[in-house]
Design a protein around this ligand. Structure first.
Ligand code: SF4
Length: 385
């Protein structure tokens, strides 16, 4: 028999199954290391790209594989401490420590998009103070998406292309860049399809998000093929069960978060993570490939690091929660992440105004989920049951 309850916002919640969904599609997802080795074996070069926004198609046009560096959890953070204030987030702290320890030695260059003050500081450190073998290229993002911002960013991407050419030896024509955009857009479209069809995909939340996150380092074709395998599989015979939740924040680390939530009887029906759904950029219609890449990123889902308005972020989160019938939102933030913290009070208030409860959790990369975090999660999920 299904279990029913009334959510704080008045909606009726139905829990259909007493058992978690089994992972029925076995995917052979390569690790970051395997992906890098495969690309290098084929004579390719690697770009270590720090978060968050950058034009993947440009790297493809230069035959570079962008491998993202989301503050590797295994980094020895003490190595970067001498260069950073104690209130720097662990994405930057771990990323810097990892670079100093030689963890990024396989890369031929570093790219640091200036998406927040901490990343801007990291870019300066890598360029001026820490002398790594690889060159570091910054990428400046405008904080709005007016025509003048698009123009500025298109020029900025062109300038990055010239710097990349110094390492890749490629000087892609407009036609080659346009072809690269088309290829990369296929991966965005398939991610959007996965997200849309989530409820009929018989993967655990952890397996599903592991697939989404493989986009951080796999070539678009490889990722698309894996995603297609999942989409081609027969849909789940039964509805997924569990309290439906949205996760919002920077990155779902540690991934055991999904196991913990599943164990509590919750399921993730959508995310507003910087690492995943917030980077599902819409296709641009511009014929100019440079404007096209710029426009696509700047018109992405509302984002704290791109300076979106409170109203835009709130409206996006409300729509996300309502269309996916979420019972609540978990703001899963990295400690000392100023851009995300700045928006939180108003987002919480705005969600509560329409009956959607939320909770704020702060974590550090590299640390297991603490008992306090788990207890608070438990209390939140219990409150929604
Ligand atoms: S966690 Fe926040 S502060 Fe740190 S790099 Fe990401 S956006 Fe910037």
């Amino acid at each position: 028999m299904p279990r029913r309850g009334i959510l704080p916002n008045g909606r009726v919640w139905t829990q259909w199954r007493e058992q978690a969904v089994d992972v029925t599609i076995e995917l052979d997802i390569p690790t970051r290391k395997q992906s890098i080795e495969a690309h290098k074996t084929n004579g390719g070069r690697i770009a270590a790209v720090f978060p968050i926004h950058y034009p993947r198609a440009l790297f493809r046009a230069h035959r570079l594989l962008p491998v993202e560096v989301w503050g590797p959890p295994s980094a020895d953070v003490t190595l970067g401490d001498a260069h950073l204030q104690s209130y720097t987030c662990s994405i930057v702290r771990n990323g810097l420590a990892y670079a100093i320890a030689g963890g990024l030695d396989a890369a031929d260059l570093f790219v640091v998009p200036h998406c927040c003050d901490s990343l801007q500081g990291l870019g300066s450190l890598l360029i001026d103070f820490i002398h790594c073998r690889q060159p570091t290229f910054p990428l400046y993002l405008p904080r709005d998406h007016r025509s003048i911002d698009v123009e500025f960013f298109a020029q900025e991407i062109k300038s990055l292309s010239e710097k990349l050419a110094g390492v890749s030896g490629c000087h892609p024509s407009d036609t080659e860049v346009a072809a690269a955009i088309e290829q990369e857009q296929l991966a965005v479209v398939i991610t959007q399809t996965l997200v849309k069809q989530r409820e009929s995909i018989p993967q655990s939340d952890r397996a599903f998000h592991t697939l989404l996150r493989s986009r951080e380092y796999l070539p678009a074709e490889h990722y698309t093929a894996l995603a297609q395998t999942v989409l081609d599989a027969p849909p789940a015979a039964e509805s997924r069960w569990g309290i439906p939740l949205i996760l919002a924040g920077v990155v779902p680390e540690p991934m055991s978060l999904f196991d913990v939530l599943e164990g509590m009887g919750a399921r993730v029906v959508g995310d507003d993570f910087l690492s995943t759904e917030r980077r599902c950029y819409p296709a641009s219609a511009s014929d100019d490939p440079w404007r096209n890449m710029a426009e696509s990123i700047l018109n992405g889902p509302p984002d704290s690091t791109r300076g979106s308005t409170f109203e835009a972020r709130l409206s996006h989160l409300r729509t996300l929660a309502q269309t996916r019938s979420a019972a609540g939102v978990i703001f899963y933030q990295i400690k000392f992440c100023e851009p995300e913290q700045f928006y939180y009070p108003m987002l919480k208030q705005g969600l509560e105004a329409i009956g959607i409860p939320s909770i704020l959790l702060e974590v550090e990369l590299g640390e297991p989920l603490g008992g306090q975090v788990v207890t608070r999660l438990e209390a939140f999920v219990e409150q929604l049951s």
